[in-house]
Design a protein around this ligand. Sequence first.
Ligand code: PEP
Length: 252
Amino acid sequence: MRKKIVAGNWKMNTTLQEGVKLAEEVDNALKTVEPKCDVIVCVPFTHLASVNAVITNPQKLGLGAENCANHKSGAYTGEVSAPMVASTGAKYVILGHSERRQYYGETSETLREKVALALENGLTPIFCIGEVLEEREANKHFEVVKTQVSEGLFNLSADDFGKVILAYEPVWAIGTGKTATADQAEEIHAFIRSTIAEKYGNEVADNTSILYGGSCKPTNAAELFAKPDVDGGLIGGAALKCADFMGIVTAF
Ligand code: PEP
């Protein structure tokens, strides 16, 4: 059966010291609860090794990066490769976040390269898809996510596709305080799952975790996570406070 997952995306927030403190708080908080989901924090590159060093139980708290390069190594000043990320102890990497697609021009082509390198290096991609407001208003959201999933991932074998976590994040809901309703989330998650089933069959589709992201908070997480095709959340703003993040983790 597919996993339930709550993953934090810290984005470009926290200094190294603040980030290590936040990770310690989450690690500590997890000692007193038995979450019904996997818990992951995806942190800035600069924080990875130090955060890894304060995680006391990697079974309970996974670590990820927020991106990786589409090249293995070489003359790419400022880039951080998948082998570098893996060498810190991280096990996950967010790929194709809408902020990367929007501000850094990431395309399906570069994302395919990143996904391949992540998998080659034993990292689990958390692959983000989602439509912008105009696309939702024009009722194109189904078509948009289908294209993003198929262009970004359908080159993979069923075996490799099975290693990927998907995150549906409507761009209009990210950091805006506007959440998709639980019914809106369920409708599109079910559609994404049926798209996967058409390509890889029901078993692979049933085993794929599809997270919801976009202004998820302790107050709305339980309703979203109660939907059958919503397997957890990718959490931005609310991942920056331990109490809020734990409020979402314990919403399962
Ligand atoms: C995100 O960017 O992945 C996200 C879901 O952000 P927020 O929770 O702040 O909307």
